[in-house]
Design a protein around this ligand. Structure first.
Ligand SMILES: Nc1ncnc2c1ncn2[C@@H]1O[C@H](COP(=O)(O)OP(=O)(O)O)[C@@H](O)[C@H]1O
Ligand SMILES: O=P(O)(O)OC[C@H]1O[C@](O)(COP(=O)(O)O)[C@@H](O)[C@@H]1O
Ligand SMILES: [Mg+2]
Length: 322
């Protein structure tokens, strides 16, 4: 193996750069040239490749976002477009590809592998919504950023004895909401995986106030509802409370990656190169019980479901319920 390429795809996630850097350095360690593909699958089809050296990735390692840029390029689901990418890779004399992204991006990696071009995935998404792996690059930073914002909100919430509903990201997954909510000591966490009754949430918040709490926090996952609609329905049942809603939106997706995101990204970036050298493809990497693990894209992505930490959700519910 002489030359491999790496791309980032889907929503960017803090720590993606650390994974790119590990691919570049592990490649160099084995005498393999590494090319960066710019703008995900769009750049793959257009042949937007540039050789990466240590100096290109050294500083980026600690930065959020992705130095390779990213794109949502739905056209890549089409067979003729995939063939164009295959041809570009062959033309550039590239032997294998590392795809850093989410479940959608892994489908692209699988399509290329089926065409006969070896590709391997690294989970990079703040949502932590990929089956098999307990962890995705960017999740830890996103939770920390959401928590910092919630902590700031709690200062002003306390000063005015208000109830705040804070909408966090996660598309269809409640992981960011659960982790940020537990860490913030939220009065309620509302996620798409679990049904909820608005009356129950109002009741729980009222109980908290009766126990002397100064303010109330409800962490809402975006997959349930947008925050304005939720606040309207909540306020209708809790006329005595002064309620405010805020969506943290893309604030959660930026910023310098935490040490955990950088370390796991580095582990997975290096392992991806090793896997390709061992002839593995059509798989993605992940973490299980703090250890690196490998998952078959076909077997795991379509057949398994991502497991949310329900124990943490239940813990929070028990702590805030009488
Ligand atoms: N079924 C598919 N087949 C091939 N490529 C796909 C498929 N689904 C998504 N992709 C590619 O992966 C990109 C990222 O997917 P997306 O779902 O937006 O984000 P993520 O990878 O973070 O889940 C898409 O824009 C598209 O280029
Ligand atoms: O930035 P966009 O394109 O509006 O997408 C927002 C979505 O992307 C995410 O931030 C990350 O999702 P992916 O990593 O799967 O792309 C989701 O939490 C959110 O629903
Ligand atoms: Mg996704």
């Amino acid at each position: 193996m002489k030359r491999i390429a790496v791309l980032t795809s889907g929503g960017d996630a803090p720590g993606m750069n650390a994974a790119v850097r590990a691919v570049v350095e592990q490649g160099a360690h084995h005498g393999i040239e590494v090319y960066g593909v710019y703008y995900g699958y769009k750049g793959l089809v257009e042949g937007d490749f540039r050789k990466l050296e240590s100096k290109d990735t050294q500083h980026a390692l600690k930065l959020g976002g992705t130095m390779l840029y990213s794109a949502r390029f739905p056209e890549f689901a089409q067979a003729d477009i995939q063939k164009q990418a295959f041809d570009q890779l062959k033309k550039a004399d590239i032997d294998a590809l590392v795809v850093i992204g989410g479940d959608g991006s892994f489908q692209g990696a699988l399509a290329l592998t089926k065409l006969g071009f070896p590709a391997i995935g690294i989970p990079g998404t703040i949502d932590n919504d990929i089956p098999g792996t307990e962890y995705t690059i960017g999740f830890d930073t996103a939770v920390s950023s959401a928590l910092e914002a919630i902590d700031r909100i709690s200062d002003t919430a306390a000063s005015h004895n208000r109830t705040f509903v804070i909408e966090v990201m996660g598309r269809h997954a409640g992981d960011i909401a659960v982790w940020a909510g537990v860490a913030a000591g939220a009065d309620a966490i509302v996620i798409p995986e679990n049904a909820y009754e608005m009356e129950d949430i109002v009741h729980r918040v009222r109980q908290g106030r009766e126990r002397g709490k100064d303010y109330s926090l409800i962490v809402l996952a975006e997959g349930v509802s947008n925050v304005d609609d939720f606040v309207e329905k909540y306020q209708a049942l809790a006329a005595e409370q002064e309620v405010r809603g805020v969506s943290l939106s893309h604030i959660q997706r930026g910023g310098m990656p935490t040490s955990r995101d950088r370390v796991y990204a580095t582990l997975m970036g290096a392992r991806a190169v090793d896997c390709l050298r061992e002839g593995k493809a059509g798989i993605y990497l992940g973490i299980q019980g703090e250890q690196l693990a490998e998952f078959d894209i076909i077997d795991t992505l379509s057949k398994a479901k991502h497991k949310l930490r329900q124990d943490l959700f239940i813990l929070n519910r028990d702590l805030t319920q009488r």
